[in-house]
Ligand binder design. Structure first.
Ligand SMILES: Cc1ncc(COP(=O)(O)OP(=O)(O)O)c(N)n1
Ligand SMILES: Cc1nc(C(=O)O)sc1CCOP(=O)(O)O
Ligand SMILES: [Mg+2]
Length: 221
């Protein structure tokens, strides 16, 4: 399995957003900044795109969007994951998926995806983080780091101390999520985060390609 990218771009599919344009810009930026250091086929390896659709979206809508995003990612060596809907991940040939507390349990998700797939799980504190790893998670999405306007219903932010506590409890990559900006990257890395997951920092940026390049540079990709 190739090493996991450090920047996870989670798609913004709320009404009025244009996830395909944002993903194209981010993939192009990732391939450009890392091309000099890598073989062409893995030029974009610093970036992971997670296809996350609204709960109200149909499976057909999720399948169509994820398929188009796989087609954008694959030639650039960018890993594509699908949030929640693992059957969609399998159907479009994505590298894997991400599950949380309301989705399939991690062990079941691992059975669905198979041993070689990338499988991420949400964890907000050390005990559940360790359990998710034991059950088969290959990385953890840990947050919310800060408050976010992108998703409703989240618990209070766990902050740097929360990220540090989880990172210290597991041996898999910790991806900090929730209100993360490029300015947060140094302290998150120092706290043990392997990488970051963002929606707004790229999708809400005036120039998503530039925002992607800046995040990748901050992450050392
Ligand atoms: C990298 C990453 N971390 C956390 C999440 C949140 O997943 P989940 O808790 O299942 O919530 P939804 O995203 O499904 O609403 C994530 N998607 N990615
Ligand atoms: C999808 C998601 N999950 C979170 C969690 O903490 O589980 S925070 C989040 C949204 C992150 O968006 P932004 O980068 O715009 O804050
Ligand atoms: Mg979920």
């Amino acid at each position: 399995m190739p090493s996991l990218g450090r920047l996870h771009l989670v798609t913004d599919t709320r009404p009025g957003r244009d996830p395909l344009t944002v993903v194209r810009a981010a993939v192009h930026a990732a391939a450009s900044v890392t091309r000099a250091a890598r073989p062409v086929a893995s030029a974009g390896a610093g970036l992971v795109v997670q296809v996350r659709v609204e709960d109200s979206a149909s499976d057909r809508e999720a399948y169509d969007l994820a398929g188009r995003i796989v087609d954008i990612c694959a030639p650039a060596g960018v890993t594509c994951l699908v949030n929640d809907r693992l059957h969609v991940a399998l159907a479009v040939g994505a590298a894997g998926g991400h599950v949380g507390a309301l989705d399939l349990p991690v062990a079941a998700a691992r059975r669905v995806l198979g041993p070689a797939a990338v499988l991420g799980a949400t964890a907000r504190e050390p005990v559940t983080a360790a359990a998710a790893v034991t059950a088969g998670a290959g990385y953890l999405g840990v947050g919310p780091y800060r408050s976010t306007t992108t998703k409703d219903g989240l618990p209070d932010p766990i902050g740097l101390a929360g990220v540090r506590a989880v990172a210290g409890a597991v041996a898999v990559p910790v991806i900090a999520i929730g209100g993360v900006t490029v300015a947060d990257v140094p302290e998150l890395r120092a706290a043990g985060a392997y990488g970051v997951a963002v929606v707004g920092a790229v999708s809400g940026a005036a120039d998503p390609a530039r925002a992607t390049a800046e995040l990748l540079a901050a992450l050392g990709c």
